[in-house]
Design a protein around this ligand. Structure first.
Ligand code: HGY
Ligand code: MN
Ligand code: MN
Ligand code: MN
Length: 411
């Protein structure tokens, strides 16, 4: 990571260039920055340095989120204006998903410090942990813990792919599990939360506009399906009579795609599948895979899951296998705060209001504090991939738009 030199690099592209080598995934392409990995810890350190070099006071809350405060002279933090995003990524993700919101917040703060003389509200830049849920399986884990959207017990017992619990990882990163969980006091201090994020889709690309305001987030959930059969030797087991969970799971994945295709606005994805034990010459004894389903209508999401479950049970039985399906997380469709959204439309003149299929911490917070989002154009429309892209000029426009939005909220 390049040494930070904030006297000159107070542009988004300048800040993003400082972290361009952190967590590069040479195998998959893109970036792999799971929460509390070496890469994400390095990004946290970068953020702390950047914030402190701007005179912000930085603290880590009980759940591991970083808060950088541009305090009032009085130190009063009630009704604070908060912006920020996340620094963790999906495996092989793009450079902008998360970090763009953090870098834009730092740049917007530079702009605000040069032009806001009088203010009555403190401003904080926040970095939430485990937004992607890539390590422990539950997206927006940090905001779900802060708001109580997940029980502390369930959160602490989540395990990563090595079997390490979130509790152990949190403790080894200096957190006291007795202080984790719902944080109503901190939540009550947030007067408004605005998250800037790279657009994950082609809305702006087709509208030829650099920024948009978030309208709503599709309801979405994650389920774990476990198919169990009879493990055996690949060479000594004839095809007749096999109870191969890999064959059952493969049919389920295709069936899921076909069921989702029947609903025009549905999205259903199996992006992670793990055979047990996973040997080339071994008939798997079990196959675990994770399902991500999203739809604007929560009732249709529920109906889709029911259909998928019933179909998967039949497919398992046809292969002599067993099936268990467990819900890991479920978030209802969220519409952002109308008052805050209309306040953004002033400074962000003509910015379209776009719905998104991507989940965000702002979506979790929206049930508790007035929340809104600003999206920055991604000409590729692709995200959760190395092909995610933002033009330098649009990145700077995004930060200026965020500064304009926040400037009007500091009194
Ligand atoms: O999965 C999502 O929608 C978000 O990127 N965590
Ligand atoms: Mn994100
Ligand atoms: Mn993401
Ligand atoms: Mn987010």
């Amino acid at each position: 990571m390049q040494q930070s030199n904030t006297t000159t690099l107070s542009t988004v592209t300048g800040l993003m260039s400082q972290i361009a080598e952190t967590g590069r995934d040479t195998l998959r392409g893109g970036y792999t920055r799971p929460v509390y990995s070496h890469a994400e810890i390095e990004l946290r350190q970068w953020f702390i340095e950047q914030a402190q070099s701007r005179g912000l006071s930085v603290e880590q809350d009980g759940n591991g989120a970083l808060w950088a405060w541009w305090d009032l002279p009085t130190g009063d933090r009630t009704d604070a204006v908060v912006t920020g995003s996340h620094l963790d990524s999906v495996p092989g993700g793009g450079p902008f998903d998360g970090p763009l919101g953090v870098a834009s917040a730092l740049t917007a703060l530079d702009m605000l410090k040069s032009r806001v003389q009088e203010r009555t509200r403190a401003l904080a830049i926040v970095v939430f942990p485990e937004e992607e849920g890539s390590r422990f399986g539950v997206a927006c884990l940090g905001t779900r813990m802060m708001t109580g959207a997940i029980s502390l017990e369930k959160a602490l017992n989540l395990r990563d792919q090595d079997g390490t619990t979130f509790a152990d990882v949190a403790r080894s990163n200096g957190l006291d599990t007795r202080l984790m969980g719902p944080d109503p006091t901190r939540l009550a201090h947030i007067g408004a939360f605005v998250e800037l994020h790279v657009e994950q889709g082609l809305g702006l690309g087709e509208l030829d506009h650099p920024v948009a305001i978030g309208g709503s987030i599709l309801g979405h959930g994650r389920w774990r399906l476990s198919v169990t059969g009879q493990g055996n030797h690949a060479g000594t087991t004839l095809m007749a009579g096999r109870r191969d969970p890999m064959v059952a799971a493969a049919q389920m994945v295709v069936a899921i795609r076909n069921i989702a295709r029947e609903q025009p606005h549905a999205r259903a994805t199996v992006g992670r599948i793990e055979p047990v034990p996973g040997g080339t010459n071994v008939i798997a004894s079990a196959v675990n895979f994770w399902l991500d389903v999203r739809h604007p209508d929560d009732a249709i999401t529920a109906a889709l899951i029911q259909r998928i479950h019933d179909t998967a049970l039949d497919l398992a039985a046809s292969e002599g296998c067993e099936l268990s399906l467990n819900q890991e997380s479920l978030s209802p469709t969220v519409t952002f705060d109308a008052t805050l959204t209309s306040r953004l439309q002033g400074p962000l003149t003509n910015a379209p209001v776009l719905d998104t299929g991507a989940g965000h911490d702002a979506g979790v917070l929206a049930a508790h504090v007035p929340s809104a989002m600003i999206f920055v154009r991604n000409p590729s429309g692709i995200s959760h991939s190395p092909e995610e892209y933002v033009e330098d000029a649009d990145a700077e426009i995004g930060a200026a738009a965020l500064a304009d939005a926040l400037a009007g909220m500091l009194n």
